[in-house]
Design a protein around this ligand. Sequence first.
Ligand code: TMP
Length: 241
Amino acid sequence: MNYTKQEQLYEGKAKKVFATESPDYVIVSYKDDATALNGLKRGTIAGKGEVNNRVSNILFAYLEKNGIPTHFEKELSPRETLVKRVSIVPVEVVVRNVAAGSLAKRLGMEEGTVLKKTVLEFYYKDDALGDPLINCSHIYAMDLATKQEMDRISEIALKVNELLGQYFARAGVRLIDYKLEFGRFNGQIVLADEISPDTCRFWDDKTGEKLDKDRFRRDMGGEAEAYSELMRRVLVQEESK
Ligand code: TMP
């Protein structure tokens, strides 16, 4: 497949999406732009686009190899990747292993408390509403996805959690929580979007240092260094294979 960038279809907060010569594929281009608080906080993180592209592609290839269907096809350049053109299910799936962020706040739990069981949460993907927390009853009532699709999404999310947990443990990183998105392609549910320091909480397993976007969200500084350190850990994993 030697597809090239055609017209821009969409520009999101962190990525641009371009058509290709094929109706079944698009090219994603990762930006250095960073936003938080539903777009209220804006900035850039130097090198973020390249880190997110590389890290996400390595993780998607690893997941594919282990039986997870994904949209990933081929990395084209440091910032650009060819992916299947899916129809995104408008539900963000958050997977949590350790209490942090909005869960810690909502349930009054201390950040860092290990959860006895993995938590799956669903958010309605709607910027104007601020992506509200919803459950499966809402999803079926609003016809966002079918029960069969949500069962498959949950099954894939839990399998992804096992695989990523093992991967990052080897890299000396605790996978605290993260957000997944799914799409429909030829009638099947596939993992889509990205898995990167923008969409995950990664804590160094020895020091607890944050290696993710919380450094930007919380004005901690050192975000570019944290992103490149996370990428370094992932690249070391790849080299040791
Ligand atoms: P939260 O604690 O703010 O709900 O975030 C949970 C995880 O999901 C965290 O790793 C960041 C990720 N996330 C996104 O990638 N995009 C989003 O819009 C939100 C709200 C969270």
